[in-house]
Design a protein around this ligand. Structure first.
Ligand code: HEC
Length: 492
């Protein structure tokens, strides 16, 4: 009986959906923002592969009511219920041909705003250009460039929707590359505080990496199944690498640069492989890819301090250590829950390099000895965490409690004793997250993750607040110097 109740309205919807001409409605009302072919534009791609967070009922609600504080309008007054349902179902049908986003589509989206000759030869401000922070304000899709000495904003610039994965810097720290979930890549000149170029390199993008020689940007996509090489100078697309093995395609979980290896490393989500993609030759990267077998489907990974080993975590919670030289798995780690390796950090504890990682599912920070690959300490926290940060010149490692009733808490852990020495609550009752240090490690910046949120600056020694700047849902913040010197206290 219950089943019938569920099935009947759905099939009714379906009848309505077929009776209404959804493709025509789409072209008339939606294509301007979501693309003629549903592959996205101002708005995200509306194809089943990109709608995993929704179902037709939820989509119908979005179409009816719109999304507050975004460009998605409400159609409840323009379309009747049957038309809205028809559209909501139709966007979950396959688009009819395989999803492609090749160099033609990319080329059409490519814009160069400033050539190198049009850029100034010195910064247009007085602040230390290596102690700037790029703060992503996800609430209204902006980045703020912050002077890291005075904690004053120098500029606030719009980004594309849903910036995703940390922005990455050119090796000299002058330029920053920003990726959005809808595939947009933007290049920002921090000296003149203006955009240099942009391109849409995918339909749904995970993140990007910049080669150690600064010449190439590698973009890892969920959709289509590609890696895209861009010229770092002007973001011109130079190569599309299909991600497939033996006829099976895969989403890319993440791409990072393994600097001493002069290679990019790509983790694949649907094929149990890690790809090593060398750069530095006469040709753009993409040739001579080394495919390393892995026992797990990689969701997330982290290098050890020497970039010789990869710690790889899978969605089902397994963690493997892969030796990049031999291409072999050498250890399995017993980590509870779901480690968030991408934000793990390293330091020396009793003379040995350790890796510490927060955990997305359990209130625990795991500390791993990288010489034995044993977990030497599990530090209980008030709830699952998302980010962990430290700095060479500070005695503490900071971690957030991102989930649960204590998500307003930030734990400060003594790196010498592996004990929590203080728990801060920058804004009681509101999510506190993502710490990043100034160039000299003297100050720690914490986000209050809310639309009327803030960036809270702490003295990293006394743990006292020194300044609070209002920000719109600030998510990550990235210090130029710590990133380009690959500080062990932050991810790169
Ligand atoms: C003026 C531009 C614009 C128009 C016109 C528009 N949309 Fe949107 N739409 C957006 C934007 C931008 C978003 C993303 C909102 C956000 O940030 O969550 C969005 C989001 C959506 C989502 C949610 C997608 C997700 O993954 O959460 C659906 C579904 C959707 N739109 C359907 C439609 C349909 C159907 C139409 C036509 C009837 C339409 N939209 C017309 C801009 C537009």
């Amino acid at each position: 009986m219950r089943r019938w109740l569920l099935v009947l309205p759905l099939s009714l919807c379906w009848t309505l959906a077929v009776a209404t001409d959804a493709p025509r409605l789409f072209q008339q009302h939606c294509a301007a923002c979501h693309g003629k072919d549903r592959l996205g534009g101002t708005g995200p791609a509306l194809v089943p592969e990109n709608l995993s967070r929704l179902d037709p009922a939820k989509a119908a609600r979005v179409i009816d009511k719109g999304r507050a504080a975004t460009q998605m309008p409400a159609f409840g007054d323009r379309l009747h219920a049957g038309e809205i349902l028809a559209l909501a179902h139709w966007i979950f049908t396959p688009p009819g041909r395989s999803l492609a986003w090749g160099t033609d589509a990319m080329g059409a989206s490519h814009k160069v705003f400033r050539t190198p000759a049009q850029l100034p030869s010195a910064p247009v401000f007085k602040a230390d250009p290596l102690n700037l922070f790029v703060v992503v304000e996800s609430g209204d899709h902006h980045v703020t460039v912050l002077d890291g000495d005075r904690f004053e904003p120098l500029a606030r610039l719009p980004t594309h929707r849903a910036v995703h994965g940390g922005p990455k810097f050119s090796p000299d720290g002058r330029f920053v590359y920003i990726a959005s979930r809808d595939g947009w890549i933007q290049k920002l000149d921090l000296w003149s505080l203006q955009y240099v170029a942009e391109i849409r390199a995918g339909i749904n993008t995970r993140n990007l990496a910049v080669s150690g020689d600064g010449r190439w940007v590698l973009v890892g996509n969920y959709l289509p199944h590609t890696l895209v090489v861009l010229d770092a100078l002007d973001l011109r697309p130079v190569r599309v690498i299909p991600v497939r093995t033996g006829g099976k395609g895969s989403r890319v979980s993440a791409v990072y640069t393994a600097y001493p290896r002069h290679a990019f490393i790509a983790a694949l989500k649907d094929i149990p492989e890690v790809w090593e993609i060398p750069y530095g030759g006469a040709q753009p990267p993409g040739g001579g890819i080394r495919r390393i077998h892995s026992d797990v489907f990689l969701d997330d990974f982290l290098f050890d301090p020497g970039y010789r080993h990869l710690l790889a975590a899978s969605q089902d919670g397994r963690t493997e250590v892969i030796d990049l030289d031999s291409g072999k798995g050498i250890a399995r780690l017993q980590l509870p829950g779901m480690p968030h390796l991408a934000s793990g950090i390293t330091w020396d504890y009793r003379g040995r390099p350790v890796i510490a990682t927060p955990n997305l599912k359990q209130g625990v920070v795991s500390v791993i000895d990288t010489t034995t690959w044993q977990v030497i300490k599990r530090i209980p926290t008030l709830g699952p965490g998302f980010f962990m940060r430290s700095h060479e010149d500070t005695p503490y490692a900071w971690t957030d409690v991102f989930f649960g009733p204590d998500r307003d808490a930030i734990h400060v852990i003594d790196k010498a004793t592996l004990k929590i020495v203080k728990t801060l609550r920058p804004a009681p009752g509101r999510t506190a997250a993502h710490v990043e240090f100034t160039r000299d490690g003297r100050y720690a910046l914490v986000s209050v993750w809310a639309m009327d949120g803030a960036l809270v600056v702490y003295d990293a020694r006394t743990l006292k607040e020194v300044k609070r700047l209002p920000m719109v849902k600030p998510s990550g913040k990235y210090n130029v110097y710590n990133k380009i010197t690959r500080s062990r206290g932050t991810s790169h």
